[in-house]
Design a binder for this molecule. Structure first.
Ligand code: KIV
Ligand code: ZN
Length: 512
């Protein structure tokens, strides 16, 4: 029988650390349900001690998800570990993931601790965690750049104290495949009790090698857990991408000889959900989930694929969830059909009132757009299109005028704390005029660091999905808005980003 490779998804924790990718509890739960559908083995649901919001999200996922192990990150101290254990109480299968930095640079400059102090803290943290749960993962942060002798000492002690998984992070994406693979192999050979734990790889993508390094950790090093995120989401250049590592191991089973639990046909839906929720658009040429991943443009390739598909295709598009873009609902669809489709898409609504309001938005959209796809439905319930009670700003209506040779003008009506205001401005283009009209009233002073438009379902009949990233006083947020009119989508995205800037609570940053 082949060995099994454990897939540990950290989209909701390390992925969420991307600038502006923070998600609220409902969004996290929706993604967790999709990860469960994907049959991910372990879901790192968050960092419970970092904020009350994260605690509640981990707790809610632990209570709702039954088929995957639910994990919370925690620093190597009793308070963090207790918070994690408390948040995980309702889980069928719970894991605490505790970490402390072990590289000389991090210990001296960041932690200001001696190696002996770090050793002791790591040991005590694992011991404390093991008294609370049976499944404990330990990570030496910046492990790949740590002194090997010291690392062996720390990891041996962590295993002796009961760590069941040892994860070796390449925190800054400095590794290259062969060296990283041998690094893991060397640790496993030198540490006397290494066979008492499962070895795990955690690679960042700063040099574009996160997937290659993870595969080398598995093949050369013998790791049997990979930490990864949907779409490779994560700080800086991101983490190892789940869809790429899974399809590499599956497609090249002849080479890796490993089995996976993953139900790959849910990959594309997971990718879309994460991209729509966070506003991190997937590049068209991205492996497995990019719009062009299975598109054959050249005549020679098209001809080959028509004659025998394996001439140019090494995976089947339908195996990762690509099907013909099918119409799912239309103007005549009723509330029950809509509700059922929401359930199939993993969207859980808190109350009948929420379903009614989503259904009203669906009907409004169906009046303007004849064919409604799954992507449209997901956009309807994504943050920028839903009014939350706590929102300060909410879109009402917009009119704009643009004509060749004339400066565009826009007038927008939106609510501020429930009261309607109207504001107007001109601008370089209609989008610029509309956003300047909002800013003329709000005066947030936020700097726009990203603006992107994406067609949700491909054609010009598609809704435009806009991401706006704003930065203010060191905080970065993404707002997403969707509408058949891209200027309206832009205004919604801008207002959604402003709401997030208002509500973003101070969090303790994970140091990964
Ligand atoms: O990259 C990293 O080192 C991490 C750890 C917290 C596991 O994310
Ligand atoms: Zn990380």
């Amino acid at each position: 029988m082949a060995d099994k490779l454990i897939i540990f998804d950290t989209t909701l924790r390390d992925g969420e650390q991307s600038p502006g990718a923070s998600m609220n509890k409902d969004e996290k739960l929706r993604i967790a349900r999709q990860l469960e559908r994907l049959k991910v083995d372990v879901i790192e649901a968050g960092f419970a001690a970092s904020s009350n919001g994260d605690f509640e999200a981990v707790q809610c996922i632990a209570n709702a998800i039954k088929d995957s192990t639910i994990c919370s990150l925690s620093r190597a101290n009793d308070r963090d570990i207790s918070r994690a254990a408390e948040a995980l109480k309702g889980a069928n299968s719970a894991r605490i993931h505790t970490f402390i930095a072990t590289s000389a640079l991090h210990m001296e400059k960041k932690l200001r601790m001696t190696p002996d102090q770090v050793f002791e803290q790591a040991r005590l943290a694992v011991r404390f965690a093991r008294n609370l749960v049976d499944d404990v993962e330990f990570s030496p942060e910046d492990g790949y750049r740590s002194d090997v002798d010291f690392l062996c000492r720390v990891l041996e002690a962590a295993i002796s104290e009961g760590a069941t998984t040892i994860n070796v992070p390449d925190t800054v994406g400095y590794a290259v495949p062969e060296l990283y693979g041998n690094f893991i192999k060397n640790l496993r050979e030198r540490i006397p009790n290494s066979d008492k734990a499962i070895w795990s790889v955690h690679c960042h993508n700063d040099l574009g090698m996160a997937v290659a390094n993870s595969l080398a950790g598995v093949k050369i090093g013998g790791a049997r857990q990979v930490e990864c995120t949907i779409n490779g989401l994560g700080e800086r250049a991101g983490n190892c991408s789940l869809e790429e590592i899974v399809m590499a191991v599956k497609t090249r089973r002849d080479y890796f000889g490993l089995d996976l639990n993953i139900d790959t046909k849910h990959i594309l839906a997971a990718s879309r959900m994460v991209s729509q929720t966070t506003g991190f658009v997937v590049q068209p040429n991205k492996a497995v989930v990019g719009a062009n991943a299975f598109a054959h443009a050249s005549g020679i390739h098209q001809d080959g694929v028509l004659k025998a598909r394996d001439t140019y295709e090494i995976m089947r598009a339908e195996d990762v969830g690509w099907t013909a873009n099918k119409i799912v609902l239309g103007k005549l669809s009723g509330r029950n059909a809509f509700k059922q489709r929401l359930q199939e898409l993993g969207v859980q609504m808190e109350s009948e009132a929420d379903i009614n309001s989503a259904f009203t938005r669906f009907k409004e959209l169906a009046d303007r757009k004849s064919e409604i796809f799954d992507e449209d439905i997901l956009a309807l319930v994504s943050d920028g299109n839903v009014a939350h009670e706590k929102d300060q700003y909410s879109f009402v209506s917009l009119s704009q005028h643009s004509e060749t040779g004339e400066r565009p003008q826009a007038s927008i009506v939106f609510t501020v704390d429930g009261k309607e205001v109207k504001s107007s401005s001109d601008g370089d283009g209609p989008v610029d005029a509309s956003l300047k009209a909002i800013e003329a009233h709000v005066k947030s002073g936020a700097e726009m660091v990203l603006y992107s438009v994406n067609a949700i379902s491909g054609s010009t009949e598609s809704q435009g999905e806009v991401t706006v990233r704003l930065q203010n006083s060191g905080r970065v947020v993404n707002g997403v808005g969707a509408d058949p009119d891209i200027i309206v989508a832009s205004a919604k995205a801008y207002l959604s980003a402003l709401n997030k800037l208002q509500s973003k609570a101070d969090r303790v940053a994970a140091q990964g």
